[in-house]
Design a protein around this ligand. Structure first.
Ligand SMILES: [Zn+2]
Length: 388
């Protein structure tokens, strides 16, 4: 069935058209904070309910609970702090000096107000505690730890009012939980499995998606690539979407699979990110969540199966669908995992994203044995990887 949102209620903090018009007219009287793009995405997700039950950016007590026990103060599972640091680059602006009781407008790079925050708290962010507990490392080579270190040590907390959606690359907003829940209802999908991704699909992804679609309790599959701010070397958002649309359009029944973007910044926190990403998908109405090997990992910071085990520690009210490492076996003549294939490593072809990236970076031919030709077509366009 379509699960209730995390905490039981879908948060809605989007200004009506009339309110937006009124608030936009008052903006010149409000302090403005040029926020990081990550926090603009977060404001968008708070406002539209994707982060339910969060109504705003978290304060010191909530952050302490998330860091110490992976829960909100009320006990609900929550593993990634959602905070609003004041960017060091904003020092000296009116927005950077706001105090509790003030209202501040979060503005994007072109000065457009995205959201309002009624400031309830101004507090010191314990960045090393967050890095250690959430990311499991204080290594500045970790992309999100680097972000934390660059973020400044003072944060604001308080409820958000979203004035306008944040567009993702390609110039369109991603669907809200309300919109996707309505789409599931309209399609008569009761149990939807969410597939988290941030890369174009190869045969290992496809195998896991097919295994999921074969399950009798699954009505539909939501392919939900994260396409907010990514890191250098990631695929361009429009490439990820086009590659998936090529796979889904040619190889899956149209009535069982949809591809929709999710505009958030990727947190490469391994198990804690996997749990967080599952909570977000629950808010979008998904009753099942696919967890592959080393989900949301980066480098070698995480045990590749810690992202499976964390779902034993928390009851989210949705079903984790856990899959092991997938490969092509020459002896079996099929895609397989250790659960169904007895053959040695010499018979197996690893379907690694690294091989595809290396081919793209060096201009070598793409490994067509692990990519559908329609996906290869998409990847053959120039500059598919982000260079900054
Ligand atoms: Zn085999």
């Amino acid at each position: 069935m379509i699960p209730p949102p995390h905490g039981g209620h879908l948060v809605q903090r989007v200004a009506s058209a009339a309110e937006r018009e009124r608030r936009d007219a008052e903006l010149r009287d409000l302090p403005q904070l040029p926020a990081f793009i990550d926090q603009l995405y977060d404001a968008d997700k708070i406002g539209t309910g994707a982060y339910s039950p969060l109504e705003g950016f978290q304060g010191a007590d909530a952050v302490r609970d998330v860091v110490a026990r992976g829960r909100l103060p009320n006990g609900l599972p929550w593993t990634i702090p959602i905070v609003l640091p004041i960017p060091p680059s904003a020092a000296g602006t009116a927005g950077a000096s706001v105090r509790p009781g003030d209202e501040v407008a979060l503005v994007d790079r072109v000065g457009r107000a995205i959201a309002l925050v009624r400031v309830e708290e101004r507090f010191a962010l314990d960045r090393s505690a967050i890095a250690r507990s959430v990311y499991g490392t204080v290594d500045p080579a970790h992309p999100n730890v680097a972000d934390l270190l660059a973020a400044g040590d003072t944060a604001l907390a308080g409820p958000v009012t979203l004035l306008r959606r944040v567009e993702i690359t390609g110039g369109r907003p991603d669907p809200t939980p309300t919109e996707l829940r309505a789409e599931f209802e309209q399609r008569r999908w009761r149990t939807v499995a969410a597939y988290q991704c941030r890369n174009p699909p190869h045969t290992a992804h496809e195998y896991i998606q097919r295994l999921t679609l074969e399950r009798s309790e699954i009505d539909g599959l939501l392919v939900h690539p994260v396409v907010g701010r990514l890191k250098k070397g990631d695929y361009r958002p429009d490439v990820i979407l086009a590659a998936y649309e090529a796979l889904v359009g040619h190889y899956y029944p149209a009535e069982r699979v949809i591809v929709r973007p999710l505009g958030i910044t990727m947190r490469y926190a391994g198990p804690k990110a996997a749990l967080f990403l599952a909570i977000v998908r629950k808010n979008f109405g998904c009753g099942a969540y696919i967890v592959g090997r080393d989900q949301a990992g980066v480098g070698n910071y995480y045990d590749p199966f810690a992202c499976h085990r964390i779902f034993d520690e928390y009851d989210l009210g949705i079903v984790p669908l856990r899959y092991g490492e997938t490969f092509y076996c020459h002896r079996c003549g099929w895609m397989a995992t250790d659960k169904v294939c007895p053959h040695p490593a010499s018979d197996r072809l690893a379907t690694s994203q690294t091989r595809i990236r290396e081919a793209l970076a060096s201009g070598a031919p793409l490994p067509t044995e692990i990519l559908r030709p329609e996906v290869v077509e998409v990847l053959r366009q120039p500059n598919v990887l982000l260079t900054e």
